[in-house]
Each structure stands twice: as C-alpha cells, then as structure tokens.
Design a binder for this molecule. Sequence first.
Ligand code: BG6
Length: 299
Amino acid sequence: MTLEPIAELQARFGQQGAISFAERLGGLVALLDWGGAQSVVALQGAQVLSYEAAGYGEVLWLSPEARLGTGKAVRGGIPICWPWFGPHPQGGDGPAHGFVRTRPWRVVSAHADENGTRLTLAPDGPPAHPAWPHTAELSLEIVLGTSLTLSLSTRNTGASPFALTQALHSYFLVQDISAAEVDGLQHVVFIDQLDPGALKSESGLVRIAGEVDRIYQDVIRPITIIDGSDRRIVIQSHGSASAVVWNPWIEKAARLGDMGEGGYRRLVCVETANAGADVITLAPGARHTLTAIIAALGR
Ligand code: BG6
C-alpha cells in the first residue's frame, strides 16, 4: 500500500485551524490544534512527536537527532510498543518493543469540535510479523483537548487467544533530571529491570540519580511529574495496571547513541503500559483498549 501524499490527506481529512498535514523530520506528520494546544503526530509509527499544552509549553522530550524514514524508531515523543513490551516474549527473532513503531500508519478519520481535535490512525496493512503468529486489528485514537488522550485499541481477529503486552512509551520533558520527582508510585511494588528478578518498593517520591528501568505493578493512582518548574504533568490511565519508569543515564544514553548531548538530563519516561505481570489475554473477537490521559497543570 502506498501512503497518500500531503495534498490528498489535506483534502480528505484537513480542517481549517484544527488538522493539517506537512512534512517534518523527513516524514509525513499530522498537525493538530485545539484551544491553544498543539500536537505533531508522525504517520510513521503513529508516534506523537510533540504536545504543547496551552499555557504550559512543550510536554514531551524529542531527541535533537530524531529523523523519520530511517527504518529505526524515533527516540522521544510517544512511541507505541506493541504487541510485546521489551524483548520478544519467547526470546524470538522480533525487534524490541514490537514491530509497529517503525511501520507506516494511515489516517482512518479526523474530526474537530468543541471537545477537542480527534485523529484516528491504523497500521497501513495488517499488523503482522513472522515472529508473531496472530492476527489483530489495531488503532490509535489521539484526542487533543484540555489534555492529550491516546487510546490504543487491539481486537483479536484470529481463532485462538493471544497474550498482549504493550506501552505508550511517553518521554516527558523536564527542566533538569536532578530536580525531577515522580509522585504516585510510593509503596507500589516494581520489577527492577536492572536487578533481574528483584521486586522492590520505595516509600518516597521517585528521584533519578542514575539509570532507572522499572516496571511498577498494580498502579492505581494518577502519576505526577514535578520538576521544579511552575508546572506539573499528570498522567492518568485506563486499561493499564502497570507503569514503566525509565531513564538511561550517562552510559546507556551513550550506548544508545541517539539522544543528543546530555539528552538524558532532560527526560523521564513514564509509560502507560500492560507490562510485567500485567499481561492481557485477548480471546478471539475480544478487544482491549489502553488509554493514557496526559495533562499539564500549574503547581
Ligand atoms: C524502556 C525499557 O521502556 O525502553 C528499557 O524499560 C529500554 O529497558 C527503553 O532500554 C528504550 O528502548 P528502545 O528499544 O527504544 O531503545
């Protein structure tokens, strides 16, 4: 399948002052506007690259080295990890975090009204991979309103159940990681991915002073990022019992090689997920929707 050029997308889905299409970072993007808020969404991977909240500025971190169309996942924004989170679940030959974040997606619908600007995307062609012997329908609905809401919906179109893990891998922009704190995860047990097999918890706010890679289990509260600036970022979720907190710190950032100079200091990933023990089993015909609602608010 070939993707529609900008003019056709504009004619079919564009709406004055709300939805337009352009080329950015070497690929096609949708530009969403609503009530002073703006968002940029790449059709590659249905990846939100930017979310400017009205009055609070940019909420997401995006690598200065980000380029679309290289075959590699773009570092930053909100990549979609699907249908597995992390390495292939059976140790198979599939890419980390699944296979849809580098694929082309197409616009299914777009609509703007007094509640928000809404864009729905789906993979351009069935979301299939040799290392994943299942069939599914997948879509992402993005609503830009007083917050940014992402709903990733999976329906099992096959004849047998399958296990699904996934994440809306949000990279949040902070002033400086040394001042950043994550509230809402106190006493929540996490799998420490840097200490395999270890289950831990903390009584205080999460502070980051080194590499952190944790899958929090049974998360029930909204999670808030505070960074010493005059705003906080609040993340609510539905269809998710787990959240991943990740910062690569110095050595891993150097190994990854695509974060820019000192990039790790400006971000904390707080990912709305079905990961760790939070595995969704989808029966034939069943649907699961993973939703993240991201808002910037005053302190
Ligand atoms: C996080 C994982 O979600 O994503 C980390 O917990 C991983 O282990 C990170 O390093 C980045 O992954 P990738 O594949 O985008 O480099």
